[in-house]
Design a protein around this ligand. Structure first.
Ligand SMILES: *Cc1c(COP(=O)(O)O)cnc(C)c1O
Length: 371
């Protein structure tokens, strides 16, 4: 059978994202999981590169890979870090913060939730007040880029408060790690969670956690879950690169290729510059066409952008979506309470010229009466 490695459209979604042909081609062979070709040359190499991408303080941080989508890695981290003795303050301003609260509740963990509302960034002074007032709280968990709206939360400011109050910091940086320069050690992050199919531009199948080594080492037997025990996964993987249960070999090999392509692009700084340019072309072009953005520029990430439905009562998202898909672009519905929105992602193997063309196509479907 003829192998077709071409994509019929670009995925301008929160993930999975468009990947390069070469990343997809890296999945073309099988691997044995019990010897060096895979465990040392692929898994250990990836873990080392992830730590190097996340900090200059490489000796004090370690990386763990976890099967499943990003949520599995978030659940493994919260369960294992907080365990049955801790209490986690969960900062919410969208669906992914909310999901962390559901994870804590389902696992029976002691937790406190503060909801800032979907249209407000996390407020560091409120976090400060809550930590001062409640000595039970041992951990704080926050989403960096809230994919629900495209909001970028003030990571460095919240990190400062959490550190000054002597609490542990868990960050869902799913949609930002690899796409925005940051140093987990400088930010004093204890656990940072992301996944293969976001800004590193791999294919979906596993998540990863960058953990402060001493903090993870202290979490033996804390996890309420067997398979999502982040400590046990790390303890198995650390010496040999072996996964505890079946490893998603093809996905892992594709991720290694994606890391190589990140380096070839010029690293995280260069990728951030490309995503920023994608976002700029999209935001300016859509505003020229008369669309309104949900968030002001100071709150926006360059990862995904929410647009309000046009005021025209005839707007039909499904028709608009199909018209764009037929022209090579898949966009995404909105997910917030207060306003009708749709979202367009700017991460993945997508480039400024794609967004110039997208804006032209949206102008065309607008003239045809689809929006
Ligand atoms: C994509 C994403 C996740 C993980 O979602 P999965 O569907 O489980 O991969 C978690 N948090 C944020 C902010 C995300 O963007």
């Amino acid at each position: 059978m003829e192998q077709n490695l071409e994509n019929p459209y670009l995925l301008l979604t929160p993930g999975p994202l468009s990947t390069s042909r070469t990343v997809r081609a890296a999945m073309g062979r099988d691997w044995c999981t019990w010897d060096k070709d895979y465990n040392t040359d692929v898994v250990q190499s990836i873990r080392k590169q992830l730590v190097e991408l996340s900090t200059i303080d490489v000796d004090n941080y370690t990386a763990v890979l976890m099967q499943g989508s990003g949520t599995f890695a978030v659940e493994a981290t919260i369960g294992t870090a907080v365990g049955m003795h801790g209490c986690v303050l969960i900062l919410v301003n969208g669906a992914y913060g909310d999901r962390m609260a559901k994870i804590a509740k389902q696992a029976g963990l002691s937790h406190v939730v503060y909801d800032f509302g979907e249209l407000n960034p996390v407020d560091p002074s409120q976090v400060h007040r809550m930590l001062e007032a409640d000595a039970r709280i041992t951990h704080v968990a926050m989403v960096h880029g809230e994919t629900t709206t495209g909001m970028l939360n003030p990571l460095a400011l919240v990190a400062q408060v959490v550190k000054a109050q002597g609490r542990k910091f868990i960050v869902d940086a799913m949609s930002t790690f690899g796409g925005i320069p940051m140093d987990v050690s400088a930010l004093n992050i204890d656990f940072l969670v992301s996944s293969a199919n976001k800004c590193i531009q791999g294919v979906p199948g596993f998540g990863f956690v960058i953990a402060k080594r001493v903090e993870l080492e202290a979490c033996k037997d804390f996890s309420p879950s067997l398979s999502l025990d982040l400590y046990a996964q790390w303890a198995e993987m650390e010496p040999t690169g072996k996964w505890r249960f079946t490893s998603p070999t093809h996905v892992v090999r594709a991720f290694q290729q994606a890391l190589l392509e990140l380096r070839e692009e010029g690293g995280i700084q260069a990728r951030y510059a490309r995503y920023s340019e994608n976002h700029r072309i999209l935001a300016e072009g859509m505003q020229r066409l008369g669309f309104q953005l949900l968030l002001p520029s100071a709150m926006r990430s360059v990862m995904i952008t929410s647009f309000l439905y046009p005021a025209d009562a005839h707007f039909d998202f499904a028709r608009f979506y199909q018209a764009l898909k037929a022209r090579g672009f898949v966009i995404y519905p909105g997910k917030i309470g207060a306003h009708e929105t749709f979202r367009i992602g700017t991460i993945g193997d997508v480039h400024p010229q794609d967004f110039t063309r997208l804006v032209q196509m949206i102008g065309e479907v607008q003239r045809l009466g689809y929006c």
